[in-house]
Write a protein that binds this ligand. Sequence first.
Ligand SMILES: [Zn+2]
Length: 134
Amino acid sequence: MYNFLYYKDDEGIREPWFFENSKLPIILSYLAPIDIYAIAFGPWVWCRGEMDVETRNHETIHYHQQLELLFIGQWILYVFYWLKGLITYRNGEIAYRQSPFEREAYSNDTNLDYLKTRKPFAWRHYRESNTEST
Ligand SMILES: [Zn+2]
C-alpha cells in the first residue's frame, strides 16, 4: 500500500540526493550536541566526506522515515524524542543515540538489503529505550 513511497517504478529503492564533501555538516556541528558527519533533511543528504555504503544506507533509512511521515512529521518527532531523551539522560549524545529513528538506522545500516524488506513505520519498534541494539 505504501510501496510507491519507498520504491521507484523499477522497484529500486528511493534514495535522497547525496552531496559529498559538504561544509554543511561542519557548520551544523557547532549547533548540535554531536559531531555531525552526515545529515538527512528532506530529499537531501549532506556529508562532510565521501560516503561509504553504510553511511548511504543509514541516511537512506532516515529518508524513508521522513517519506512515511511526510517529512514534517519526522522532524517534529525527531525533536520530540531528542528532547525526551535529553530529559531522561541529561546528555545530548545519548539522547541522540536513543532516538527511535537513530536506533533503527544504527541497528540496520550495515544490512544493505534492509530497505528492501523494511516495514512501514519500522522505527516504532525502536521506541523502547535500551542500550542493546535490536
Ligand atoms: Zn542517523
